[in-house]
Ligand binder design. Sequence first.
Ligand SMILES: Nc1nc(=O)c2c([nH]1)NC[C@@H]1CN(c3ccc(C(=O)N[C@@H](CCC(=O)O)C(=O)O)cc3)CN21
Ligand SMILES: CC(C)C(=O)C(=O)O
Ligand SMILES: [Mg+2]
Length: 281
Amino acid sequence: MAEAPKRVRTRHFARAKEEGITITGLTSYDVLTAQIFDEAGIDFLLVGDSAGNTVLGYDTTLPVTIDDLIPLTRGVVRGVKRALVVADMPFGSYETGPDEALHTAFRFMKETGAHAVKLEGGVRSAEQIRRIVSAGIPVMGHVGFTPQSEHGLGGHVIQGRGTAADQLLADAKAVEEAGAFAVVLEMVPAEAAERVTAELSIPTISVGAGPHCDGQLVVWTDWAGLTSGRIPKFVKQYANLRDVLFDAAVAYKADVESGAYPDEAHSYSDETAEKAHRDRE
Ligand SMILES: Nc1nc(=O)c2c([nH]1)NC[C@@H]1CN(c3ccc(C(=O)N[C@@H](CCC(=O)O)C(=O)O)cc3)CN21
Ligand SMILES: CC(C)C(=O)C(=O)O
Ligand SMILES: [Mg+2]
């Protein structure tokens, strides 16, 4: 039997930054994609609250609950042998304070088997991060464009432009000082992300933050061409699954309506059962 691959741990994130090896991440919301991405060697899988968009069909991540994400996270955990699984803490599950944040993190760790949690916000979330880390739970931070605050931010607005670069750096530093093992920078100019990456000792993970970060992450349904409608400009499409599945559904419908499917090869008969029985003897 093939030996189980060595699991990715948070210390491997630190080592990757030191050695200049770029970290790869994708979102995942189910066991089948988790298996595929894990086998391909993707280092970490984020069970994002982007499931609100990609799985549940909402326009934003705001309605997503802990109870929505727990079963999805369980599926992803069951699919991996090597990748580190990060559970995204949804809107309204940590903002009131460190106690609420730790309670939510405990739920994800105990009920899903995830290896780390993620929450949004820099300076404003530092105490939450500190408390969760002190309980032995690794935290990934998330600064720049934070989708749970999209109404407060006034839409999908690029963060850290011009003088706002100082606030971005302060937020990223607050996340590092609170004990996070990595920080996502979302929708930030490449120059600002480069500066943050140079100033931090923990790895930065880019979601639309250019090529100078220590890792890259993307919502898998965007990247695979499954998402309907507009996808963010920063996403490069690596497949066209929407067309693949559409063509398959059209071909299946035509075959069923014409009687071409199911044929003999895809049906059971008494004769096949007899032959199978004979072959076993
Ligand atoms: N499918 C999906 N992909 C994502 O990247 C994603 C989610 N869902 N849900 C949660 C957040 C929201 N994010 C988003 C959502 C939209 C844009 C977007 O439309 N950006 C525009 C520019 C701004 C605008 O005009 O609205 C773009 O063209 O990049 C960007 C990030 C990132 N996350
Ligand atoms: C876009 C990433 C960073 C995320 O938070 C999500 O997928 O929910
Ligand atoms: Mg998220």
